[in-house]
Design a protein around this ligand. Structure first.
Ligand SMILES: [Zn+2]
Length: 178
C-alpha cells in the first residue's frame, strides 16, 4: 500500500524529472536582441494597487542604446507559427521549435514572413518597437517561452545561449576540422 505521503513524494519526483527533461531540450542558439538587457522579469508584478499583483508571462528586454533601431532575432531554428496583430500585444510573431514555442511582441511593424516559413537561429524577424493599441509603453521586446502551451521563465535560457557556427550552414569548414 502506498500512503498519501508516498504518492506526494512520487509526484514531486515525477515533476522534477519532467522539469529536467524540459530544461534539457530547450537550448537557444541566438539572443533575441543583442545585448540582452532585462528590464522586467517573469512572474508576479506589482500593479500599484495595494494587495494586487499581475503575472508577467514573459520577460522584457530593452533596446540597444547604441543603435537607432534594435533588430529582433530568432533564438533557434523553427517554423513561423503566428504573425498577427493584437490590440494589447501589437505586432506579434510566434515560432515553434522542437518541443517549445517562442513569442516576440510589440514589434515595430509586421514581419513579412508567413506562417509555415522556416527560420534559422539569428534570422532577423523584425525591429523592436512599442506597437500596441491599448498600452502606452516604451520601446522594448516582450519575449515569451512556452512549453506545452504554458509560459515558463525564459531567463535561464537567455543566460545560457550556445551560438551556432553559421559557417556550417554554408559548407565551410571551421578550424576544428569539421
Ligand atoms: Zn512584458
Amino acid at each position: 500500500m502506498f500512503t498519501y505521503e508516498d504518492c506526494l513524494r512520487f509526484l514531486i519526483l515525477e515533476c522534477a524529472e519532467e522539469g529536467r527533461r524540459v530544461m534539457n531540450r530547450i537550448q537557444f542558439n541566438s539572443a533575441p536582441v543583442d545585448p540582452i538587457r532585462i528590464t522586467s522579469k517573469f512572474g508576479p508584478r506589482d500593479t500599484g494597487i495595494a494587495g494586487a499583483t499581475t503575472s508577467h508571462l514573459g520577460i522584457d528586454l530593452g533596446a540597444n542604446k547604441s543603435l537607432s533601431e534594435t533588430p529582433v532575432f530568432v533564438v533557434k531554428e523553427g517554423i513561423i507559427n503566428g504573425n498577427y496583430w493584437n490590440d494589447a500585444r501589437g505586432w506579434v510573431i510566434t515560432i515553434t521549435h522542437n518541443g517549445f514555442l517562442t513569442l516576440y511582441q510589440h514589434l515595430k511593424t509586421q514581419c513579412p514572413l508567413k506562417a509555415g516559413a522556416q527560420v534559422k537561429a539569428g534570422h532577423r524577424i523584425g525591429t523592436m518597437g512599442n506597437s500596441s493599441k491599448t498600452l502606452v509603453i516604451a520601446t522594448h521586446l516582450h519575449f515569451e517561452l512556452h512549453v506545452n502551451g504554458m509560459p515558463i521563465d525564459p531567463e535561464p535560457y537567455l543566460l545560457n545561449i550556445v551560438k551556432e557556427d553559421l559557417r556550417l550552414y554554408y559548407g565551410y569548414t571551421n578550424n576544428r576540422g569539421y
